[in-house]
Design a protein around this ligand. Sequence first.
Ligand code: URA
Length: 430
Amino acid sequence: MSPQPHDAVEVISAKRDGGALSSSQIEWVLDAYTKGVVADEQMSALAMAILLNGMDRREIGDWTAAMIASGERMDFSALSRPTADKHSTGGVGDKITLPLAPLVAACGVAVPQLSGRGLGHTGGTLDKLESIPGWRAALSNEEMMAQLESVGAVICAAGDGLAPADKKLYALRDVTGTVEAIPLIASSIMSKKIAEGTGALVLDVKVGTGAFMKDVDRARELAEVMVALGTDAGVRTVALLTDMSVPLGLTAGNAIEVTESVEVLAGGGPADVVELTLALAREMLAAAGRTDVDPADKLADGSAMDAWKAMIRAQGGDPDATLPVARESHVVAAGSSGVLTRLDALSVGIAAWRLGAGRERKEDPVQAGAGIVWHARPGDEVTAGAPLFTLLTDTPARFDRALAALEGGYDIAAPGTSYEPGPIVIDRVS
Ligand code: URA
């Protein structure tokens, strides 16, 4: 056996002292960590040193490549149509993947979407879809390939073989206060997306109270790093910076977000959800070389809805089934008449999570019917005594903590107050 080229303390100390790690140090430490040769406490120290001292672009590229090399790479080049995927950095009421994947498929571009479950106040796409009776998240690579060819869209769980170094490292970062490092977030997201084998990628980088990135400069930096990583790996990558100071649409939860997504596919739904779905669809189609199709036509003519039903059926779900409804509800009425001028995404996200729509530990179950509906968006007139929020849960003991999360999370100004909504798409990075 050849001697180890590096040891963990040497690598940790190099980053602790503000140096750049060599390609060989990065390759070795991630391989050794995946195999259990570098211990969790050593990787925790290294992750904290990276959070505090950063990494240059070369290091981030090497780190991403080493994470990809820790597992398998998928290959969709045999498909008869181009592929494009979307990744959101996570927000409140962010159900966009649900209408977007079948919409883009209906436009002739295949969407291989590997999604996750929710942790904390941001919801998980798989949790939402699992509220549909019979639907299953786990597909083999062969099933995924067959569905991409027949339906054109798949939303499923990432298999264990994809970037296993990231799975292990992400779980560690979650419990060591090292999630927020831009090099680690960018390499975590992009290693999975590059290994997944999509030809084009659109990143929805959320900015605001309900997002990881609270300010636009850090969001832009994250977007630039991810776009560079994707482009260097041969994936046509663009990013939109989008607003997450207000939650998307009118619902945050699981089944209730599926219902809202189906409304969008039926040609209705909240204007902001439709706007963002179409903006991301246009970017995905352009990145895949299809500027000849207008996704708005595919919403209007019912073909996106047909693709949705086919996608749900292909994974065992019944798209026409009645969705689970929470056993208990509690209405919060507006305390005064006027104009809703603020609805804070983080407050709403925490309330939905506390009602049982999300989980505290990754092994916790979620409630399919739980969540929160808001009956007005900023700019809307509200009337004293009329419903402002409806809270939904199977466990009424959860209402008090959810109500506490909403306290101070919204403002109602005097009737007639003018309100200028900010843009949903704040910037584009390519
Ligand atoms: N999502 C990921 O997949 N990884 C991160 O580090 C943060 C968000």
